[in-house]
Every structure is written in C-alpha cells, then in structure tokens.
Design a protein around this ligand. Structure first.
Ligand code: GDP
Ligand code: IMO
Ligand code: MG
Length: 423
C-alpha cells in the first residue's frame, strides 16, 4: 500500500497534529519524517489537551504503530520528559512507539550552540526554538553526528569526542553554561530511549507496506520553513516538503499516495523572517487573540496576517498537494470582511510567483471577501456552512486549483468536517 503524507503549507503551526490524529484510524502506521522537539503538535479530545514534540500524533489512536523516522533529530532529555508527561496521564507507549536507529541525537552541547549562535547574531537572529535543531543537523550533514543506533556501541567515547569538539566551538562565545546538569538529564534520557523498540525503520516500513499496511507520514514545521525552498536563512534545518518523507523514512517516491496540505484560513509565523501579509495592527492582534496564537513550544506570540495565496500556490506546487485541509476558519467567524493576498506588487509590477527574496519591497494585492458572521464551531456537516463561508471555500479552491477536502472549525478532534467531494 501507499504512504500518505500530511504536511504544513505555511510557516508551521497550521494544525498538522490535529489532522494526523483525526486521520490515523485509516492507517496502521504513523511516522514522523523530519524535525525534532522544535515541533509542537496540539491534540484535543475528551477534555484533554496534549502537545507532542517528538512523538508522532497518531499515538492516541489505539493499536497503531508510531515511528520516529530516520530523518528526525531526537533529544533524549526532552523525549523522556514527553514520555513521562504522557505516562502521568495514563498513556503507556512502549509497545506502540518505535524509533529509527538512524535518527540523529541532539546533544546538550547542540542546544548550547544553538542558543549561543542566536545570541551572537543579535538583531539578525533567526528566532530558533533553541532546541539544538540547527547544530544537530549540521553535524549530520558534516558527517560527525551521533545516531540512536550508536547508543549500544562504545557510546561514552563517541559522546565525549563529539562534546569536546562542541566545547571548543562554545569557547568562542562569551557564554556561561552548566553542562553537567544538562548531561545528567540527557543520559537519563538515553536510558529511557533504550526501553523502546529501536529498529531499522526503513526495513520495517517497507515490509509493512508490501504486506498491505497503510502508512501516514507526519511532517513538522511548514514548507515556507524548508531549508531549500523556505524564506532562507529564516528557515529550519530540514526538508519539510514532501520529498523529506522519502529521505526521512527510507521510502521511494513511487510509494507516495495522497498528499494532504494543511493551511490556516489566515497566516501565522513565529520567529524572524519575511512575512508579506503580516498585520501589526489591531486586526493582527484580533487574529492572535481569537486564534490563541502563541507558540506551543516556546510560548512566543505568533505573528499574524491574512492568507497569502502567492506563497500557498508555491508550496502546493512544491508538494504536488492532492488534498487541502483548511484549519481555524472559526477564528474568522466574527470578521465583517476577510482579505486574501492574490498577488504581490513589486516595483509597480504585479506577480503571482514567489520571488527569490520576499524580505523587502513587496506590497500584497488583496481581494476582500464578505465574512460569514456566524459561529461555525458547532457545525457538524458541510450542509450547515453559511453562504459566505461556502463562497470563501469556493474562492480559495479556484485560486489554488485543488479541492479543500477537510475543514477544521475548532481545536477538538470532533470539530472536523470531512467534505463529501473527498470520498
Ligand atoms: P501544528 O504544529 O501544525 O500541529 O499546530 P499547533 O498545534 O502548533 O498549532 C495549532 C493550534 O491551533 C493549536 O493550539 C490547536 O489546538 C489549534 N487548532 C487546531 N485546529 C483548530 C481549529 O480549527 N480552530 C481553532 N480555533 N483552533 C485550532
Ligand atoms: P510545528 O511542527 C512554527 C521556526 C522557528 C524559527 C525557525 C528555525 O509545530 O509546525 P529551529 O528551532 O527549527 O532551528 O527554528 O523555524 N519553527 C517553527 N515555527 N512551527 C514549528 O513547528 C516550528 N519549528 C521551527 O520559530 O523561526
Ligand atoms: Mg506547532
């Protein structure tokens, strides 16, 4: 069978986790393919809220196998914390969570290097999550990283060697740190990791696919944060686009089935970097308040703005999205009118293509649509959508060229409408 992929089409936090949780019953395996604890995927059901960082969002659907893929970077200390939080609320995961031997380890010194390098950048800082993501992927690509599979062989020596190198790098910064405390938590995390199934996940996934299982690949971040195609250098350090599912799980492009592209009915971004439709006025604040737009990992206020169809068309193209998933339209329930950016004006000329650099000199060209001014959060079927809401959906589908098959009208698992046309 095939691997369907769920990924974010904007700058992250689109609501991917919720949709993975909702769709998991249709699959046997859920596998995260990139990123690490920079992600925060929020799930809500049965009056409980969970924020998953490294654990795939299929973990709460019974009898499903969840895999931390080889494309991920794992911080054992954060992993232990995450597992213990879930255990404390009655979720035992050891039998259902498998981890790739080839996933890379985030060392305590990676975290320190991330923080130190951001401090040094000053005003031009990326605004990373400070989780050591960049330094861990840097070591992977420069072929000096440590992988989960390494923890079974001569590990202390490999760890010391890597840490010594990092300490030298840290000595260049005037930066105080307490490595001993961090290492204590980290090595306790290593012991915790050992209690899970640590596997050759590429073999496991391909075997299961050949036997007829269906796999859901869960992306983190969003395509506009992709290291190749995002707003470089204000991006994360992995390939968040669909191709990342192939390298991050060890599957051929032939095996990819549906590609679910998740987007918010407006747009947000956390951290620095260009954001052409950003609103720094009271409308932006209203979006932030109504959408509770504060980072699930760092608590930072998210920057808010109107939906950017230029950027969305670009990320839909990069991923060849087959199904669109619109999230958080309920946040717009009170708005008189809603704007959508259909083109950019640059030096007096209009373009519908995303230029190389979107940091300056861009004026969004907006179309203004009537709001629906109705509470949509209790809607159970698409027949109940207000007229203006249907017009907004039709407008987006026309502009983007593919159907919106799922609409989310609230954070809860139950507040999800699968549209008929998608069957
Ligand atoms: P992810 O990183 O893509 O999984 O998204 P996050 O979990 O970081 O951010 C999405 C936020 O919006 C979370 O707080 C969710 O609980 C919330 N959310 C998800 N879908 C909806 C929705 O349809 N409406 C509203 N109001 N909130 C939603
Ligand atoms: P989810 O999976 C939103 C952003 C950071 C920063 C940049 C680089 O929840 O959608 P990093 O720590 O990765 O080196 O930071 O990327 N960023 C995210 N923004 N959602 C995320 O994940 C993000 N993960 C990283 O804010 O701008
Ligand atoms: Mg998030």
């Amino acid at each position: 069978m095939k691997v369907d992929v769920i990924l974010g089409l904007q700058w992250g936090d689109e609501g991917k986790g919720k949709i993975v949780d909702v769709l998991t019953p249709n699959y046997q395996i859920v596998a995260r393919f990139q990123g690490g604890p920079n992600a925060g995927h929020t799930l809500e059901f049965e009056n409980q809220k969970y924020i998953l960082k490294s654990i795939p969002s299929g973990i709460f659907q019974k009898e499903k196998i969840n895999i931390i893929g080889n494309g991920m970077v794992v911080d054992p200390a954060m992993f232990k914390q995450e597992i213990e939080t879930l255990e404390a609320s009655g979720h035992k995961l050891t039998d259902r969570l498998y981890i790739s031997k080839k996933a890379h380890l985030i060392l305590p010194t990676h975290r320190l290097l991330d923080i130190a390098s951001e401090k040094e950048k000053g005003d031009s800082m990326i605004g990373t999550t400070g989780r050591g993501i960049g330094p861990a992927y840097t070591d992977k690509i420069s072929r000096s990283g440590l992988r989960i599979g390494d923890i079974f062989y001569n590990f202390e020596e490999k760890y010391r060697k890597a840490t010594e190198r990092h300490k030298q790098m840290l000595s260049r910064y005037s930066f105080e740190y307490d490595l001993e405390t961090l290492e204590k938590e980290w090595f306790a995390g290593i012991e915790k990791l050992k209690t899970f199934h640590i596997i050759d996940s590429e073999h496991f996934i391909n075997k299961r696919l050949n036997k007829g299982d269906k796999v859901l690949a869960e992306g983190a971040q969003g395509s506009m944060l992709d290291v190749d195609f995002g707003t470089y250098p204000f991006v994360t350090s992995s390939n968040t686009v669909c191709a990342g599912a192939c390298t991050g799980l060890g599957i051929s492009p032939h095996k990819i089935g549906e590609i679910f592209g998740v987007f918010k009915a407006y747009c947000t971004r956390v951290g620095s970097g260009p954001f052409p439709t950003e609103l720094t006025d009271e409308t932006g604040q209203l979006l932030r308040d109504r959408g509770w737009e504060y980072g699930s990992v760092t608590g930072r206020p998210r920057r808010c703005g109107w939906i950017d169809l230029v950027a969305l068309r670009y990320t839909i193209m990069l991923n060849d999205v087959t199904k669109l998933v619109m999230m958080k339209s309920d946040v717009l329930d009170t708005f008189d009118t809603i704007k959508a950016c259909v083109a950019y004006e640059i030096d007096g000329k209009e373009t519908k293509n995303l230029p190389f650099d979107i940091s300056e000199n861009i004026k969004p060209v907006y179309v203004e649509l009537p709001g629906w001014k109705t509470d949509t959060t209790n809607i159970k079927s698409e027949n109940e959508f207000p007229k203006e809401f249907n017009s907004y959906l039709a407008f987006l589908e026309k502009e983007l060229g593919i159907p919106i098959t799922i609409v989310s009208v609230g954070p809860n698992r139950a507040q999800t409408i699968i549209r008929k046309q998608s069957k």
